[in-house]
Design a binder for this molecule. Structure first.
Ligand code: SAH
Length: 264
């Protein structure tokens, strides 16, 4: 049997699960904030353009980064008349955001992102202070994890995201709303920046070792930069139970610890 080369074969590796449910697209559009607050929009992984179609009509500079050459070529033809759209055929993780956003002040991201690179995408966006809001479709499990006061899976990533952004979970989406159907449920979430200082990688690195063995007490996770005695003293001075686990210590306390005990 010969293969039909005119047919599009979705790539699992590129996390291609295309949104096909018009009602969900409409619900996403209804939730998005007032675009007048922003001077540029970024869409990551536009795919076949179901969300792009709405974003491009807003007449604000729109950047779409799509890794797949085939989808990029189709979008290029479809949107050739749209002057406000810049299509980029690249891996979002390789794009220089500082250069790309140089003429702009306040950027919003709207995207149904490839789930396999959710954390690297969010971390990269945290690093760019001009990115004021991110409206993302993520795996439901990731959305639950990021929900700070309810999560049962707090780690350094969850702390750092919540330190810089207010996280809101809007609604869940069934696998049936996509083609091909993913194995997991999805959620649409909003991250709104609440701190405008540059992203502190040292702070992130400082928190990570405390979560290496999650079930252990904070004090029993060996930390490469802090002597145990110094940590005991710090906990006592701050009236914190010596048996506390890292997942029960919130990001503001971690920040205080970082200021007091972190690299100078
Ligand atoms: N937004 C579309 C497609 C979602 S699927 C929709 O909702 O239907 C994820 C999309 O991200 C695919 O188009 C895939 O090709 C693209 N993609 C995967 N990895 C990428 C990367 N590293 N950089 C940019 N785009 C990527």
């Amino acid at each position: 049997m010969s293969r039909d080369y005119t047919k599009f074969f979705p790539s699992k590796q590129m996390g291609q699960n295309f949104l096909i449910d018009r009602e969900i697209v409409q619900s996403i559009c209804d939730i998005l904030p007032n675009f007048a607050l922003y001077d540029a929009i970024l869409e990551i992984g536009p795919g076949k353009g179901v969300i792009t179609r709405h974003l491009v009509s807003l007449n604000i500079p729109l950047f779409c980064i799509e890794l797949d050459k085939r989808l990029f070529a189709d979008l290029k033809i479809k949107y050739q008349a749209c002057k406000n759209l810049t299509l980029i055929n690249d891996d979002v993780l390789m794009v220089d955001f500082v250069k790309l956003f140089q003429p702009y002040k306040k950027i919003i991201i709207v995207a149904n992102i490839p789930y396999n690179i959710t954390s690297p995408i969010i971390l990269k966006c945290l690093n760019e202070v001009k990115i004021d809001a991110m409206y993302l479709m993520v795996q439901k499990e990731v959305a639950r994890k990021l929900n700070y006061h309810k999560t049962t899976n707090r780690n350094a990533f969850v702390n750092i995201v919540n330190y810089y952004y207010d996280v809101k979970i809007f609604f869940d989406i069934s696998p049936k709303s996509f083609s091909p159907q993913p194995e997991v449920y999805s959620s649409f979430i909003g991250l709104k920046r609440k701190r405008f200082e540059p992203f502190n990688w040292q702070f992130f690195k400082f928190m990570k070792p405390f979560f290496l063995s999650k079930r252990k007490k904070l004090l029993n996770n060996i930390h490469p930069f802090i002597a145990k005695e110094a940590l005991v003293k710090w906990l006592e001075q701050n009236n914190i139970d010596l048996n506390i686990r890292a997942e029960n210590l919130d990001y503001d306390i971690f920040m205080k610890m970082f200021h007091d005990l972190g690299p100078k």
